[in-house]
Write a protein that binds this ligand. Structure first.
Ligand SMILES: NC(=O)c1ccc[n+]([C@@H]2O[C@H](COP(=O)([O-])OP(=O)(O)OC[C@H]3O[C@@H](n4cnc5c(N)ncnc54)[C@H](OP(=O)(O)O)[C@@H]3O)[C@@H](O)[C@H]2O)c1
Length: 266
């Protein structure tokens, strides 16, 4: 599981661990990997981990080899993801766009490239790629993130075609809005920070805890389902009503929103 020291990745690792999987965590911060592994182990989950930046193929191969040293590789989740600076593409810092592409696009390719040969040679395995906002269409002011998720969906559907009949199952998952650091710590271009004020209300209406958002991964890897999408009209209506009844909208600030605004960029 890439990107699994916090947020959705950690919650999915815990959910799979509770179901009996041996889980192997990876992220860029070695101390955070060690802490996350320790937390899972105290729950009785067989957890291991190593530092892994998904932008580096050798790191991803080493994470796969770490998993293989503990048994067979049955499930691989390309979860590591990052958001870009909020604002127009014309003034997006070039290095920021590159950072998003490196993790969301290259990282998903690297994880798939590392896991699939093992899956294909053993004749089974479940690969899960994590989608996100923009996977089905354009999102203004979030072009790096949204377009990367559109790429992830297209890439995943292509892998599904390429692995047809091999015993390998490829899935995509869009978890919907999850109360994590990815949503809570946002960077905006100058003049765009104020537009993020409504985010807490949107999260109050439709947000889920990481534990809630993680549950569908178990159904995915135990089925041939191509995709899980939280963002169906029925799920949004049910979640909205449930969150209002639970008082979560009134406590919309339960997910602290920390917006950093960049200096103007020509
Ligand atoms: N939160 C949402 O509302 C939402 C909605 C739809 C989809 N998603 C998707 O769900 C996934 C997880 O998001 P999240 O909200 O849980 O994010 P998060 O709370 O920010 O956690 C991201 C995790 O990924 C790791 N990570 C980031 N860049 C990495 C890299 N290059 N290599 C390896 N690990 C990396 C982080 O650890 P380090 O920083 O130590 O590396 C951390 O463990 C992402 O793919 C995201 O796009 C999230």
């Amino acid at each position: 599981m890439t990107g699994s020291t916090r947020g959705l990745g950690y919650a999915m690792a815990r959910e799979l661990g509770r179901q009996g999987a041996v889980v192997v965590l990876g992220a860029r911060s070695a101390p955070e990997v060690a802490a996350a592994v320790e937390h899972l182990q105290t729950e009785g989950i067989a957890a291991f981990g190593r530092r892994c930046d998904t932008g580096e193929f050798t790191d991803v191969e080493a994470l796969r080899d770490e998993a293989l040293s503990h048994g067979t590789l049955d499930i691989w989740v390309n979860n590591a993801g990052t958001s870009g600076v909020y604002g127009p593409t014309a003034s997006t810092p070039v290095e920021d766009f590159t950072r998003v592409v490196r993790t969301n696009i290259l990282g998903t390719f690297h994880g798939s490239r590392a896991a699939l040969p093992v899956f294909l040679s053993q004749g089974h395995g479940d690969l899960v790629n994590i989608y996100g906002q923009g996977d089905r269409g354009p999102v203004a002011l979030q072009n790096a993130y949204a377009s990367s998720k559109c790429w992830v969906r297209q890439f995943t559907r292509t892998l599904r075609l390429e692995t047809k009949g091999s015993g390998v199952r490829v899935h995509g998952m869009n978890p919907g809005l999850v109360e994590t650091g990815l949503l809570g710590h946002v960077t905006a271009q100058a003049g765009y920070g104020h537009r993020l004020g409504a985010l807490q209300v949107v999260v109050g209406l439709w947000g889920q805890t990481p534990d809630e958002a993680a549950r569908p991964v178990v159904r995915l890897v135990t089925s041939d389902a191509a995709e899980f999408r939280f963002l169906t009209a029925r799920r949004l209506a049910t979640r909205g009503i449930r969150n209002i009844l639970a008082g979560r909208l009134r406590r919309a600030n339960r997910m602290p929103l920390d917006v950093t605004v960049l200096a103007p960029n020509p």
